[in-house]
Design a protein around this ligand. Structure first.
Ligand code: DHB
Length: 391
């Protein structure tokens, strides 16, 4: 019996050393858990973000500070806080990721904030754009934008252009409310008037009746925020079908509604629409040319949009943290590296504000125009290095 026990413990010891060996191998990998919408109405968000992230890795290689970087992509399926929470927990506990990243939609980012705080996991928001997200955890940094950041310049541009009576219409959830409030504050402070406000459901919205009511109110302009992609297409369809452009109601919006990913599907009715945003495919810079070329190597049929740039820049931030920490990722040290990080993105110069962990960046005023037979958001004015106005 004793001999048998000795045999069992010897086998266990071999197993243990094999296990330790594989643990050492796992230590040579940096795992990045990407939580994004890969199915349903918002599937384009996950497609864009992950393609952008992969484009960065294709350009820069997948080894940093001697460690292999691995993406573990998980589908939140849409605005689903409970799914996002469960997946974040699994990524942290089972997959033992070093970073959490992704997040097209605000509700998913807000849901995981307490989890990443508890686990001290450095978390990079690649799109979700409600102002408060970064205040919900000291372990969150954002490389995308905030709705207030791009909306205030829109209100200023609208007033400067002679518009005085504007109707606002937003998706009825946190980034929409941010956009509505910011536009109203900035526009009325200048002397403009808000003649009506509509909040449209995020899930299964019917734009027609809202758009008809707006037409009947006869504002000079309509300011809109709805999430990019399918909702933007749905909104533009209603705007066209109900004849708002012909009624002389000017459309002004954040760049989400004229998202590069779908702008050609919006058709010629989108021509002339003025928007403010942080990224346009038409941005003229060597960094953007490189980004577009790398993106096309992974997906040559889909045009990238601002979410793809968020994915690309998010990986740039993660690579820099890995380099600076020489591959030994610690939550507090990672956040220290992220605070104040500065670089040149495909969108232009960017900075992660050291206090708010939010982007400081140019906001561009653009017009939807045909260039070489395709529709682009052509930048014509720049608000330089804008901060979220509420922070
Ligand atoms: C969100 C913000 C956007 O600007 C967008 O286009 C889609 C989603 C968000 O924060 O949920």
């Amino acid at each position: 019996m004793k001999t048998f026990l000795r045999f069992v413990s010897a086998v266990a010891a071999v197993w243990l050393s094999a296990l330790c060996g594989s643990a050492a191998a796992a230590g040579d990998t940096i795992k990045v858990g990407i939580l994004v919408e890969m199915s349903g109405t918002f599937a384009s968000f996950g497609q864009q973000i992950t393609t952008g992230a992969k484009a960065y890795m294709k350009q820069n290689g997948d080894t940093v500070a001697g460690k292999k970087v691995e993406l573990i992509i998980r589908d939140t399926t849409g605005p689903a806080p409970d799914v996002a929470k469960r997946l974040a927990q699994e990524l942290i506990v089972q997959d033992e990721v070093d970073f959490i990243a992704g997040f097209g939609l605000t509700p998913n980012a807000l849901a995981v904030a307490p989890i990443v705080t508890e686990a001290k996991k450095p978390t990079i928001i690649m799109n979700a754009a409600t102002s408060i997200i970064t205040t919900k955890s000291p372990y969150i940094a954002r490389v995308s934008f905030t709705l207030p950041q791009v909306t205030e310049p829109m209100a200023q541009w609208a007033y400067k252009s002679g518009l005085r009576k504007v109707y606002t219409a937003v998706a009825d959830y946190p980034p929409g409310i941010d956009a509505e409030k910011t536009f109203k504050n900035a526009f009325t402070k200048l002397g403009g008037e808000i003649v009506g406000e509509a909040r449209i459901p995020l899930v299964n919205p019917e734009f027609g009746p809202f758009v008809q009511r707006i037409k009947d109110a006869k504002p000079q302009a309509l300011f809109v925020f709805v999430p990019a992609g399918e909702l933007a297409v749905g909104f533009m369809k209603a705007y066209t079908e109900r004849g708002l452009a012909n009624a002389g109601i000017k459309l002004i919006t954040t760049g989400d509604v004229v998202d590069d990913g779908v702008i050609n599907a919006l058709g010629d009715d989108v021509l002339g629409v003025i928007s403010t945003h942080h990224y346009s495919v038409a941005h003229d810079s060597p960094e953007n040319a490189t980004f577009l070329a790398e993106y096309a190597k992974i997906n040559s049929t889909q045009r990238p949009n601002f979410m793809a740039v968020g994915g690309y820049d998010g990986m740039a931030a993660i690579y820099e943290v890995i380099r600076k920490l020489n591959g030994n990722i610690d939550g507090d040290k990672a956040m220290q590296v992220l605070r104040g990080m500065k670089w040149t993105s495909p969108r232009g110069p960017i900075l992660i504000d050291a206090d708010t962990r939010d982007m400081v960046q140019n906001v561009y005023v653009r017009e939807a125009k045909k260039v070489g037979g395709k529709i682009y958001n052509v930048e014509f004015e720049t608000f330089p290095m804008v901060k979220d106005p509420g922070k």
